[in-house]
Design a protein. Sequence first.
Length: 404
Amino acid sequence: MVTVDIEKCVGCGECEDVCTFGAISVVDEKAVVDQDSCTLCGACVEACPEEALEMSGDDVGLSDSAVSLDAWRGVWVVAEIRNGRYAPVTFELLGKARQLADDLDTDLTAVLMGADVSRHAPELVHRGADRVLVADCPELEAFVDEACAKVLAWLAKEEKPEIILSGATAMGRAFIPQVATMLETGLTADCTGLEISPDGRDLLQTRPAFGGNLLATIICDTRRPQMSTVRPHVLKALEPDSSRTGEIKEVKPPEDLLQGRVKVMESVIEESEGPLLSDSEIVLTAGRGMENEKNISMLEALAHCMDAGLGATRAVTEAGWLPGRFQIGQTGVTVSPKLYMGFGVSGAIQHLVGMQGSDIIVAINKDPDAPIFDVATYGIVADVKEILPVLTKRICQERGIDNV
């Protein structure tokens, strides 16, 4: 437990400010700890300038999550929804989580947070969830990482799931690490594979490591919940089944958890021309083999003709031939189109991580030993500058498009 040395405490309030669970408050100029609400995270002890707080007892350094692993059961997926639409990664996670839950013989729960989102909960059941926990609050209309983190941590502490999965999106990356910190557990980011260990209930979390030069499998065998974020488009979603039924449970978070230090004043949705790269069914990617920025226009012409998304390797974006938002790979966008075509792409592992889920991979490179040919469905050993004009002309003729 956390104890207060009354002689040292000066009632400065530093401990109260850092406690995200509201377990400590200043009363009559002295800190008072609510032991029932305290998670033993130790944040207040570190924050106290007078060293008036200390953790004592056999459970020092151990949160409730580490005391009994058997008390934690169930698989959770954090659903991401904004403006009435789910992020595709939500359904991808549910597909994989359904398999994990079946392997563990446990329930799959989706957690839905936002404002006016209850009506969207049945879709999560149709996509594989056994039940849905819905925190439908006006305060959650605009995404604020602090509030979402506190609500999810509160729910996890109440229900004790053994696995929590979230998308490695801008939202997921913003608040999921905070949840792991609040629960004093591990978090494996940007996973590309998830499986259950054959000899227990540990989650085998696979992700690129050492700059993408190898894949590491990570386990969190002494803490719960086991938490992972997964990059979009590396898992396959299940087809919706409208006949599935499940429990939809409304939850009401404590009011103080919904309050934060940040207030969103305005949200602006960026408008972009053409299909989004991550949503494109056809992706054409420029590699260093395009040789210079002028040649990119040839690939843009083909992309226009095929109604395809335009991508790039890191070398291309760093050279300034295309903006950074076009980059595919470990430090860029992950894509899994029906057709991926790489033009002058060598196939470094950092890039392959971002596109190896594509259904059909076509590689065009004048180097016959380029690594991309190892993963390509079809390969052409040729100079892309010679292939592109011919390919563009032929496809435009087939589609009845002139003057490209």
